[in-house]
Design a protein around this ligand. Structure first.
Ligand code: FAD
Length: 319
């Protein structure tokens, strides 16, 4: 079932959807670790499960003559296959993330045809981050610079317009989700322009939005208000990441350019070990989730990062 149909149904029934995001296993590792992370969360009947996509990394092998040979490796391969495996094992809808970075338009079209063939009806369309070692995002020469262009390609395919392949066998369209940043995307000059570009993604066919993680609900409430004022009417699902280690207090702001509320930061600093941080993270996550549900969010989307224990504890308290 399409995510947008689930969201519309949940809105009619005044329900809040539960969903979570996983990373594909590292190359060479078993998919079992992923199943172990999913098992404890199935009792909360996830509406969908997202699986991230990871662009290639360059590997340099030293040759005899002192030169280097550059080759490409995927550190976490198999998003499409992992989605299909989860869907068939758990009978749950999966949402593969599709990124612009590292892909030509033709390769993207092929991935989408493959997804359709597998019966996967949803995607989250993203630009992707800069490749390791690159200062800023460089588009594939035959690919896209922005997620909005990817959204446009998927919408055109949904309408039957194919550029490279024979469309025979394409069974219908995708529900398209896109990303948004209540605390502004790191490359954006300001929040208003970021919201204008978000609106462009929606105008080109995105039918729902998932936000970057945030720890201060007011940031989300203000963001939703600004989006509505800008004319964005689609559901905006909050993304929640439970704090689990002290290191994340510096790591998460540096990677995602977000702020920790002073209260959470101070309490986490006082924790004697990561067990205490984890307990604090769960308590914060429960309070955050309760307030968001009271506000009327369409769903609660959790960044599990492959570890489900904190998400399970929060889900137990709110669903
Ligand atoms: P875009 O919407 O293209 O925006 C990127 C930047 O460009 C923004 O600053 C925006 O304001 C600006 N911009 C947009 N359009 C224009 C324009 N026409 N002209 C000028 N500026 C413009 N990354 C992965 O690699 N794999 C994943 O699986 C993944 N999953 C994610 C899931 C979620 C829910 C979120 C929030 C992020 C995820 N990311 C993932 C990270 C994401 O790829 C990065 O944040 C990336 O830097 C931006 O992606 P985007 O789709 O938001 O880009």
């Amino acid at each position: 079932m399409k995510v947008i149909d689930r969201l519309n149904l949940a809105a009619e029934e005044k329900k809040t959807l539960f969903s979570f995001e996983l990373l594909p296993p590292v190359r060479g590792k078993s998919i079992q670790s992923l199943f172990d992370a999913i098992d404890p969360l199935m009792e909360f009947k996830p509406a969908f499960v997202d699986v991230t996509y990871h662009r290639e990394e360059y590997v340099y092998k030293e040759l005899q003559n002192g030169l280097f040979e550059k080759s490409i490796q995927r550190h976490r391969p198999g998003t499409v296959a992992v989605c299909a495996a989860i869907m068939h094992k758990y009978n749950v809808d999966t949402v593969p993330h599709i990124i612009c970075g590292g892909f030509s338009k033709e390769e993207t079209e092929n991935i989408l045809i493959e997804l359709n063939f597998l019966g996967i009806e949803n995607i989250l369309a993203l630009r992707g981050d800069a490749a390791k070692g690159e200062a800023s995002f460089t588009p594939h020469p035959e690919g896209y610079a922005y997620a909005s262009e990817l959204v446009e390609q998927v919408t055109k395919m949904n309408e039957g317009e194919f550029k490279y392949a024979d469309e025979t066998g394409f069974k219908g369209g995708f529900s398209i989700g896109v990303a948004a940043y209540p605390e502004k995307h790191m490359d954006a000059s300001n929040l208003d322009s970021d919201i204008d570009f978000l609106k462009k993604k929606v105008d080109l066919g995105a039918d729902y939005i998932v936000t970057q993680m945030f720890f201060d609900n007011q940031k989300y409430f203000d963001f939703v208000e600004r989006c509505r004022t800008a004319g964005i009417t689609v559901p905006i699902i909050p993304g929640i990441k439970p704090l689990t280690t002290k290191k994340q207090l510096t790591l998460l702001p540096s990677i995602f350019k977000l702020d920790f509320p002073q209260e959470l930061f101070t309490e986490a600093q006082k924790c004697k070990n990561n067990k205490e941080v984890r307990e604090l993270g769960i308590e914060w996550g429960i309070q955050q989730s309760k307030e968001l549900i009271k506000y009327g969010v369409p769903g609660m989307h959790f960044y599990s990062m492959g570890r489900s224990t904190s998400v399970k504890d929060i889900a137990e308290a709110i669903f």
